[in-house]
Design a protein around this ligand. Structure first.
Ligand code: CA
Length: 650
């Protein structure tokens, strides 16, 4: 696969020059591709797909007396299921337990067989013969796997539920704008010695379940809380987990290596938790149970859990998808090569019926089985508007408060088909198509991000908080979550915009402040930069839209100037919990901002009902100023009636 670094560079370029023009000019059409002779017969497969679309139980369906295996593979001439005792041949007790033929339903293209006996914890693969080649692959619909996700496992999901799971409830918001989103990587959360987490749980799912953690160096009675306790005390009510599905870039058989870590934007098995965060990646049950325990612990703390999902591409095209239905799940360009709109070597075809269905069922599975409360869609611009809206509808059937937001851009030239499987016009879920997306699908507002701290293209760029004149315009539109007038792009309503100053991509806020003002050393406290950081937080939290930040923005987290730390060392990526002492004033200031936000309805109203209540002291579009000031009237009887906000970078 292409490196994430490539993606980040492309992303930066698209931020700067505008995604719309790039993705539009890069589009090719079905007609062009077919005339070039490189496009397989999609309509032939889509006929099967439409018949198979309502199949809800593809995969291994376990009961004590038998297990049914079902897989969609319309072009295959034969499909067998091969049973194994272990998830890999290198484990003790490894053995092949048998092979069974599946039978094809000629209408749906679904192959199935029921194997009698109790197959709980039996590992399996499919042998799919297609175009004269037999591929061995794990199940596209895996719910459990062995180490590194190479073999699927028959799982009794009920037995993976932690104690009290039946009483675990979603933590949801009336409006997504009530969320204070804290984006964190499972490993970075606790891997530092300062986290106070036990050695066994450092970097793992279970770190989130440890209560009473304190900064490890502090043994005093009033020692400062870290990790989950810190989140509660600091007022953060929503954690966005960077990828926790099973991804490919970390070798789960290696432990204790500081270099064997990655952000994880490289999916292998979408419906299985990543193994390297579990205490035992070999037993398919353990990662499931421990992932649930993490979510349960966050729920117990009153914290909503958003999952970062990457349906736009896979780790490689040597995947279960490609081995099961060749070329169906990926877009090909006019040369017949894998289109690379992700910047990671391939892009998935959400407009095709069985992949659209897959994405919808996958999200529903995480909501229902793992009690996930929301989703963040990576490179949502590769996905199509119709799929995103159908996802919104499907999640609404569970609860309309399940949150959704995503990156409404691509990571490179994306191949655009002309139509989706149901004949509707193909539209990518990019910012310029916001008007066609549900207003309850948030879009990362990179224009306000860049206005706050300077463009993401370079860590040396300055924005409003560093005193750059020319950014007040972006800030003033950002106040309304880009929903009041068109500034680079236009949201339909505040609920459609995610307001932020930093995230995992590009520089951490404090690092950009250090670099762009030439203050000196990364990770060092500078009083003027702390003030700039406070102003960035104040702009985000006094804006409409969904408030979002990289974990640690509120404690001046540094990644030592690393602007693409996807595989950098723990020294770069770890959260240093000592910062909550050194920047106690900053943490406290942010907490105050959340309180103000929570107690002033116009900031979190989901529709545009309060937009006319704002009076800016300068017209929208006034660009060259160090001040953005406004008043907001509020008609909620128990709240402040008017608020004046002055962001004064001078
Ligand atoms: Ca993995």
């Amino acid at each position: 696969m292409f490196l994430k670094r490539t993606l980040a560079v492309l992303l930066s370029a698209t931020m700067l020059f505008g995604m719309t023009s790039l993705s539009t000019t890069a589009a090719t059409t079905d007609t062009e591709a077919v005339s070039a002779g490189n496009y397989y017969n999609a309509s032939y497969l889509e006929n099967y797909a439409s018949n198979a679309y309502n199949e809800k139980n593809l995969g291994a369906n376990y009961t004590k007396s038998s297990t049914e295996f079902k897989v969609w593979s319309p072009e295959a001439s034969a499909v067998k299921v091969k049973l194994y005792a272990t998830g890999s041949d290198s484990e003790s007790g490894a053995a092949v337990l048998g092979t069974y033929d599946l039978k094809k339903n000629s209408s749906t293209g679904v192959w199935s067989v029921t194997v009698s006996g109790d197959l709980k914890n039996t590992y399996y693969t499919y042998l799919v013969t297609v175009n004269g080649t037999t591929n061995e692959t794990q199940d596209v619909y895996s719910k459990a796997t062995g180490v590194n996700g190479n073999r699927s496992m028959v799982v009794d999901l009920d037995s993976t539920d932690p104690d009290g799971w039946d009483n675990d409830n979603h933590v949801l918001f009336n409006n997504a704008q009530e969320a204070v989103v804290w984006e964190v990587h499972v490993r970075d959360f606790s891997i530092s010695d300062t986290s106070g987490v036990s050695d066994d749980n450092k970097g793992k799912y279970l770190a989130f379940t440890e209560g009473g953690t304190k900064i490890s160096s502090d043994t005093s009675a009033n020692a400062v809380s870290t990790c989950a306790d810190y989140l509660v005390k600091s007022g953060i009510n929503c954690v966005q987990l960077m990828p926790v599905y099973d991804y490919g870039s970390v070798d789960e058989t290696i432990t204790g290596s500081s270099t064997n870590r990655n952000w994880g934007y490289d999916p292998v098995n979408y419906n299985v938790p990543e193994g390297s965060y579990s205490s035992n990646p070999y037993d398919g049950n353990v990662r499931i149970k421990e992932c649930k325990e993490m979510i349960q612990a966050l729920h117990d703390a009153g914290i909503s859990v958003v999952m970062d999902v990457v349906y736009n591409h896979t780790y490689s095209t040597d995947s279960c998808f490609q081995k099961t239905v060749p070329n169906y799940y990926y877009r090909l360009n006019r040369s017949g090569k894998f289109s690379n709109g992700s910047g990671c070597g391939n892009e998935c075809a959400t407009e095709r019926a069985m992949y659209r269905n897959y994405v919808i069922q996958s999200c529903l599975y995480w909501v229902n089985e793992y009690h996930v409360d929301g989703f963040r869609y990576d490179l949502m611009g590769i996905m199509d508007v119709e799929t995103m809206n159908q996802l919104r509808d499907a999640l609404d059937q569970v609860d309309t408060k399940v949150t959704m937001w995503g990156e409404a851009w691509t990571g490179g030239d994306s191949y655009h088909p002309t139509k989706t499987c149901d004949g509707t016009k193909f539209m990518s879920a990019v910012q310029s198509n916001a008007g066609s997306l549900s207003e309850r699908i948030g879009i990362f507002n990179d224009s306000v991000r860049d206005a706050i701290k300077g463009g993401a293209m370079s860590i040396a760029n300055t924005g409003f908080v560093q005193g750059s004149k020319g950014e007040a315009e972006g800030i003033s539109y950002g106040l309304f979550a880009n929903s009041n007038g068109n500034y680079k792009w236009k949201a339909k309503a505040p609920s459609q915009s995610v307001t932020y100053a930093d995230c995992h991509d590009n520089a951490a806020l404090y690092d950009q402040l250090v670099a762009s003002t030439a203050s000196g050393d990364y990770g060092k406290r500078y009083e003027d930069l702390v003030k700039m950081n406070k102003m960035a937080g104040a702009i985000v939290n006094t804006s409409q839209g969904i408030s979002f930040m990289l974990a640690g923005q509120e404690m001046a987290r540094t990644k030592y100037g690393d602007t693409n730390s996807y595989k950098s060392s723990p020294e770069i990526n770890k959260i240093n919990w000592n910062n909550i002492v050194e920047y106690q004033d900053l943490v406290s200031y942010y907490k105050g901002l959340y309180e103000i936000r929570k107690n002033f309805t116009p900031f979190t109203a989901m529709d545009k009902s309060y937009s006319s209540a704002y009076t800016l002291n300068q017209p929208m579009g006034s660009a060259f100023s160090n001040q953005v000031a406004f008043t907001v009237k509020n008609d909620q009887p128990d709240e402040w009636q008017t608020m004046a906000v002055i962001h004064n970078a001078a």
